[in-house]
Design a protein around this ligand. Sequence first.
Ligand code: SF4
Length: 226
Amino acid sequence: MDEREILADVLRDLAQTLRHHQDLGVTEISLAQAPVVDPREALRTQEAALQGCPRCKLSTSRTTVVFGSGNPRARLLVVGEGPGEEEDRQGKPFVGRAGQLLTKMLAAVGFDRERDCYIANVVKCRPERNRNPEPDEVAACTPFLMAQVDTLQPAVILALGNFAAQTLLATREGITKLRGRTYEYRSSVLVPTFHPAFLLRNPGQEFKRMAWDDLKLARREYDRFT
Ligand code: SF4
């Protein structure tokens, strides 16, 4: 890569970061002040800025904006698709049956959900009747996930299911093809695997075995970088 390409990459990243801040309601950046570095504080500010968000049509069907939960200093970020009925009611991600399975999956490779992980979704509001999020909704909400990634700077991102993996990797490839290997993602390593809701719908051993392999891969990468 020559110097002009490197400079173009840096300017593109800067423009993207500024757009994220604009989406979060920031209208002015003071160069005299040190930037907010406490991730807990930064996530709290982002969550507060999202309350009442009207940026896509999911705002009309939700009860609560489900921003994310977990340890703001976690080195493992788990990304799902969007809130379901129970998540919408409680305002927290992965609290239904799929969430219980996720907790068990994480524990199986030694991750404590509250201590070691931060969990968020691609879209922060529940699609009606749990339909798939539409492209305009994913596009509207992705900057908020990007801001979470930038704040947490996780060592490993576990992307659950098609939407999370496809959104983060900017591909239309399905999860069955994407899983089983790692990807570089910003300063993190991304490991795609099946969504726990999919595993609940497909209780056969084949998918469970593949998910288990992916979790072990995520654990190995986590141990390598932390
Ligand atoms: S899904 Fe995201 S962009 Fe759409 S209304 Fe909710 S918070 Fe806003």
